[in-house]
Structures are given as structure tokens and as C-alpha cells.
Design a protein around this ligand. Structure first.
Ligand SMILES: [Mg+2]
Length: 418
């Protein structure tokens, strides 16, 4: 029975199908596969990348931070003159000294093919591990992304060939607003407009006051929004709710039951994100899958939350958690316990593109990924350009991260120095 449920979810996920909401949700909740934790440790210690087709060293000659308007790029140039490019998130405004002082200098002259070993060494270099958290891992992710792009371009292969097999061309997305200061009626109207523009089959809205110790943003808003959402959006739209750590155990269970009553698909960060014990208590009390992990920066805590079934849907952020390699380890830990991964997307970047690239080779990617705003700046840099159509984003096909046209755009960029 367990296998059948798992197979059903996996097959449906690969096909990008919308499942009957209640059956999908409950299957996920009960689908947890208990395994020896040593297997999770083995996954974290196993190599992720497959750069074997690069026979010659790819020596890093330079690595620069560039700004074009409000968007920042890391450009890694090899001795052969090939350029790998990644886009940062909006934390760069305050984090660039860490990137320029503690991260970039380590990579000059190194062989990019050794990226996994280099990342281990970087963690100890200049005692970087003492800074572990979003500040460090964001910077690592920007450098890692540009090196992966460089490796892909050098080999003439898309990132999916470096990590596994390209198994998806289109990624189903959900729309979200992030609002907490409007009425339930206004919020539903906003989501309806987004559905009409994108063709998305799923939405996510905010509940609670955001890290607010049970206080709602507007008294009664969350309860009313939950009820109204199903009434107005109907049964064909998948509904998800994000509390951003708003609740105590008791209030989270109360709100979670309301979400179960409308057959919502997931309940995200019901309790404070770093309170694993409270989140576990809530997960055990509810049928609805609990999701989380966007703020998590520790491999050990991800392992614990997966092994102990604290989360049923795992949501690492490709920037906050340090890039594709580390995030793939989380996805692989989740996979052998029967859990899907839906990456969180941090603001102000090309996160939508990293998400589709990651989804293209990750077998246990979740039913829907977030459609983050901000595509207008960088979507045309990809080949083919990334577009949303009928609720689906296309995966770029060009080598590396698929940003075939970034080099030309960056001719007008400004070099950022300390
Ligand atoms: Mg969230």
C-alpha cells in the first residue's frame, strides 16, 4: 500500500498532474518511510556532481561581482576564456563584503571541476564555518552557481547533465501574493487575477501575522480567508497556506484543521522555523502535510527534520542553503523517505530560473513550484527565454544554467569592488 501511494505520487508528480487534493495530501502525510539514519548520512557524504566528461582542468582565472541596474551577477572566467554567470538574490546589498573578502579569493587559480571538494575547503578557509547561516551560504551559492554554469558551458551541457538526467521540460507553478494587510476578499481577487494571467492551477496565501505569537495581521483575517478561498476559487485550484512561523502549537493545530476542512494541500511554517519540536508536535496532530525549511542552513537539522518526519514537504532555498549541490543532498534525503521538495525562492533574483533548472533533474520535485515575480529583468537572458504558459514554466536548454544571452547583457554592467 505504501509503495502504491508513493508510486502514484511520484508518477503524478513527474507528469505534472493535478491530483485529487484530499487523497494527495493524506497520502503524503502517511507516506513517510522510516529508514536507518545512516542512509541519510551516506547521502550527504556521497558525490553529487558528475563532471567526468570534462577531461582537462577548468582553471578559474577571475571571478567578479557585477551590477546591472538593481540586479547583481557573479561572473567566473576560466583560463580558456569561457564565462560562467549566476544571479544573486537581494541580500547582496549587505552581503557583498563577505563575498568579496572571504569567498571569491579562495577560488582563483583552482580547478572548477573540483567544486565539491573546494566547497568543503572553503568552509574552513579563513574560519568561514564560524559564519554559518544565510549570510555565508548565500555568498557560497552565488559562486557555486557561476562555477556550475562555467562547467556546463565548458562541456556544452545543461546543468541537468551535471547532476543527473533531464526528466522535465515544463514545471507546474503556483501563484502567491505575500500580502497580509488586505481583506480576504481583496486577497482572493488578487489571486484570481494572477490565475487568469498565468494559468496556474494552485495558489498560496499568508495566514497569521508573521512570527507574531498567534496574533493575526488583521483580527479574524486568516480564518475568513481560508473559508473564502475554497468557496470562491472552487475545487479545481490547489490551496496552500504559509504562516511564516506565526503560531503556538495550539493555534497552529486549530488553523491546520481549518485548512484540512477545505482540503488544502500544505501548511507551511506553522511554528517558528527553528523550533523543530513544536513543528513536530503540530505535524503529528494534523493530517495536512507540514512544509518548511526555507530558512534552514544546517545539513544536520534538515536530516533531523526529514528522519523524524517533522516535515512532509521539504523547502530548501537554493540561495539561503548554499546552492545546487547542498540542495540536491536535501532532495535526495527527502526522496528516500517519500517526501517531495518544493524549493523556496528568495527575492530579487533569477530564482524562478534556478528553480526550473533544479526541477529539471530532481526526481521528487513537488506538485507545484512558486512563480516568483521579477522575471522581467532576466527571463530573456535564457535560451529559450523562460515564459509562463498554462501554469507551466519552461526549462532552458542552453548549456550551464541556460543563460546564453547574459554575456552580451553584461557588457553594460558595473564592476563592484570593496
Ligand atoms: Mg514561506
Amino acid at each position: 500500500m505504501k509503495y502504491n501511494r508513493r508510486y502514484f505520487l511520484k508518477t503524478a508528480t513527474k507528469a505534472g498532474l493535478a491530483l485529487p487534493l484530499a487523497s494527495c495530501s493524506k497520502a503524503l502525510k502517511k507516506n513517510n518511510i522510516v529508514i536507518d539514519e545512516q542512509k541519510l548520512i551516506d547521502i550527504c557524504n556521497a558525490p553529487v556532481l558528475k563532471p567526468g566528461f570534462l577531461k582537462q582542468p577548468v582553471l578559474i582565472e577571475s571571478m567578479d561581482l557585477l551590477r546591472l541596474g538593481d540586479t547583481y551577477f557573479v561572473r567566473t572566467r576560466s583560463k580558456d576564456g569561457i564565462e560562467g554567470i549566476s544571479v544573486t538574490n537581494n541580500k547582496i546589498d549587505v552581503l557583498y563584503p563577505i563575498l568579496l573578502k572571504l569567498i571569491i579569493p579562495f577560488f582563483i587559480g583552482k580547478d572548477a571541476r573540483q567544486i565539491e571538494t573546494l566547497l568543503e575547503e572553503l568552509y574552513v578557509y579563513k574560519s568561514n564555518y564560524k559564519m554559518q547561516g544565510l549570510a555565508l551560504w548565500c555568498c557560497v551559492s552565488w559562486v557555486e552557481g557561476s562555477i556550475i554554469d562555467l562547467l556546463g558551458k565548458t562541456a556544452g551541457k545543461h546543468i541537468s547533465s551535471l547532476f543527473g538526467v533531464r526528466i522535465r521540460e515544463k514545471i507546474p507553478v503556483y501563484v502567491a501574493s505575500g500580502n497580509r494587510d488586505n481583506s480576504p476578499e481583496e486577497e482572493i481577487e488578487i489571486l484570481q487575477k494572477k490565475i487568469a494571467i498565468t494559468g496556474a492551477k494552485a495558489v498560496k496565501f499568508k495566514v497569521g501575522g508573521r512570527m507574531s505569537r498567534d496574533k493575526d495581521s488583521i483580527p479574524g483575517r486568516s480564518e475568513a480567508l481560508i473559508e473564502l478561498s475554497r468557496k470562491i476559487l472552487g475545487n479545481k485550484i490547489t490551496i496552500q497556506a504559509d504562516a511564516n512561523g506565526s503560531y503556538s502549537i495550539q493555534k497552529a493545530i486549530e488553523i491546520g484543521k481549518r485548512l484540512e476542512d477545505i482540503n488544502a494541500y500544505l501548511f507551511e511554517e506553522p511554528c517558528r522555523f527553528d523550533n523543530i519540536e513544536e513543528t513536530k508536535h503540530v505535524a503529528d496532530a494534523l493530517d495536512i502535510p507540514i512544509s518548511g525549511g526555507e530558512q534552514e542552513s544546517s545539513e544536520y537539522r534538515f536530516r533531523k527534520m526529514i528522519a523524524e518526519n517533522v516535515l512532509q514537504i521539504v523547502q530548501p532555498d537554493l540561495h539561503y542553503y548554499g546552492g545546487f549541490i547542498r540542495t540536491t543532498r536535501v532532495a535526495r534525503m527527502a526522496e528516500i523517505t517519500g517526501k517531495p521538495v518544493t524549493v523556496h525562492i528568495s527575492s530579487g533574483n533569477a530564482g524562478y530560473a534556478e528553480m526550473v533548472n533544479f526541477s529539471s533533474f530532481t526526481p521528487n520535485i513537488g506538485l507545484f513550484q512558486e512563480l516568483k515575480t521579477g522575471m522581467e529583468v532576466t527571463a530573456d537572458m535564457f535560451e529559450p527565454p523562460i515564459q509562463v504558459k498554462n501554469g507551466l514554466l519552461n526549462v532552458p536548454a542552453a548549456p550551464g544554467l541556460g543563460m546564453a544571452h547574459a554575456e552580451y547583457a553584461l557588457k553594460n554592467a558595473v564592476l563592484i569592488t570593496l
